[in-house]
Design a protein around this ligand. Sequence first.
Ligand SMILES: Cc1cc2nc3c(=O)[nH]c(=O)nc-3n(C[C@H](O)[C@H](O)[C@H](O)COP(=O)(O)OP(=O)(O)OC[C@H]3O[C@@H](n4cnc5c(N)ncnc54)[C@H](O)[C@@H]3O)c2cc1C
Ligand SMILES: Cc1cc2nc3c(=O)[nH]c(=O)nc-3n(C[C@H](O)[C@H](O)[C@H](O)COP(=O)(O)O)c2cc1C
Length: 572
Amino acid sequence: MAQSVLLPAGAPFGVDEITALNSVFSTSTAEQRAWLSGFLAGLQAANAPAPAVPAAPPKARAPLTILFGTESGNAEALAARARKAATKLGFAVKLADMADTTPAQMAEVPNLLLIASTWGEGDPPQRAIDFYEALMADGAPRFDKTRFAVLALGDRAYAQYCEIGRRIDERLAALGGNRIVDRIECDLDFEMPAGTWIDATLDQISKEAGETAVADTSVIHVDFARPGAETWTRGRPFEAEITEHVRLTGSRSISDTRHIELSLEGSGIAYEPGDALGVVPRNDPVLVDAVLKATGLDGDAELGLALRDRYDITTLTAKQIEDHAALTGTSRQPLEWASGRQVIDLLETAPGKFTAEQLTGLLRPLPPRYYSIASSREAVGEAAHLLVAGVRYETHGRQRAGVASIDMNGRRKSGERLSVFLRPNPHFRLPADPARPVIMIGPGTGVAPFRGFLQAREATGARGKNWLVFGHRNYLHDFLYQLEWQDWIKDGLLNRLDVAFSRDQPDKRYVQHALWDARNDLQAWVSDGAAIYVCGDASAMAKDVHDTLIQVLGKPALDGLRRDGRYLRDVY
Ligand SMILES: Cc1cc2nc3c(=O)[nH]c(=O)nc-3n(C[C@H](O)[C@H](O)[C@H](O)COP(=O)(O)OP(=O)(O)OC[C@H]3O[C@@H](n4cnc5c(N)ncnc54)[C@H](O)[C@@H]3O)c2cc1C
Ligand SMILES: Cc1cc2nc3c(=O)[nH]c(=O)nc-3n(C[C@H](O)[C@H](O)[C@H](O)COP(=O)(O)O)c2cc1C
């Protein structure tokens, strides 16, 4: 079919001018139009200011696809930064999310840089499940045409360290893909190693492709400030004043959960409900002293401060067990020994004189912790509310305390400052359509983002119905934000509240049981277009709720909801 040569109504001319031009175009030949377009381009170039440097001769740009699989945004942020660096190197870059991509599409690309994190216990990020399963399936496409490199993100504290990146890397090779460079596995302090690896990998692809037009090699460093995260990062956090610090669980509860309000005044941090704050914690000074003592370094005040603020002095990894044995000349503890133990237990197996460098060389950087924001800026202005459950337990005869939760709940007071930065969570948002009903399943601290959701829906007058499913141990002691939910029920904002208190009856009752009991209504809400949100414990709750949702709605329907962005999880 001949292409229309008429100007569209939206062209930047007046109606009369469009009519006049159309009358010329409609009778013009292809040759005349080609001449005209060249003439206009030439005119434009002649009037444009001269370029500061002569343009490089045009060359074909090497195509590069950067594919990421992410849950909490680290892989996505790295992919975005890799794109920036690759664009500067002159690649024709495409950025793709595993959530919207199939292996068949990726098997067609010549150069693939793949960045994937691992979740759960060696599982793919939720939105990457379809991609991952299709890649691992018998019918997966061949990757003979593809040259690839894999960056795996993970956390050495988990047994299945970087498992998904490793499996994808091996699978791509088994399917005929050509590995450009060896896979890199990155721990929580991934910025430096990932940045260096990305630069080196791009350099290698660029050399091998041989056709990349090098546009600007001067700026290829990777900058990790997240889009929307202002300028505050884990390395340069905002010092937020604690303005409110209230224990929500009763004194007879076995959990100590606090509502903490932070002032974000002057930070410019513009969070959305669903986002989390990163908290840069401080280690327990008592544990710092114990570490110094076990290594014969007590009295080194400067090192003490560094251990308090910068090093992970709790998590024990397999690598540390190996490094410690090499350093002390002692025999290596078996891996099972590490279960329930921490760095201090390892150090105490061979107390002796370390140098400060030996000790810090053994330790990981202190990673930040994330907390769902339990408020909406529409309701609280330049502030953010957090809901923090203190982690305390005993293993191997020693009392253990969660680094960040006990720092916040146990040591920090109102008026003090807490180092924070924004961790956007763009995949866990209220529906764009304010009339869409939402079902929010959030036991324990999982309820935090839903307080933010409800504040936002109230402030914006969203008409969609709201259903909250909450659970905890005990009705009397653990009903977090009870009065607020009740007020919202009275006001008609919260249309339904189901609760499950596990210890209030002989048989344990959890949120999945409440969901099962309400299955008919659950089906009806979903038929009416409801979106389902799950937040909180990943190890048991999220799996049990998932299984119950499959029982109630069927697997194909739940998969469909996930693909449509109507089944969203933020689990940890
Ligand atoms: C996106 C996201 C949002 C989050 N939102 C919230 C929130 O709103 N509120 C909240 O309180 N938390 C939230 N968390 C969890 C939070 O980030 C921390 O993981 C949690 O507070 C524990 O951190 P910590 O530094 O106190 O403990 P850590 O020092 O990190 O210690 C925790 C570790 O201790 C060990 N451990 C814990 N209990 C036991 C036990 N009984 N026996 C043996 N070992 C044990 C486990 O290895 C565990 O990983 C969220 C996490 C993520 C990823
Ligand atoms: C609940 C939870 C489970 C995790 N499970 C693993 C795991 O099994 N193996 C691993 O190497 N890392 C694990 N991690 C660490 C993540 O892979 C790591 O934080 C990564 O940087 C996240 O990248 P993302 O933001 O792109 O998803 C887990 C993290 C959380 C919070």
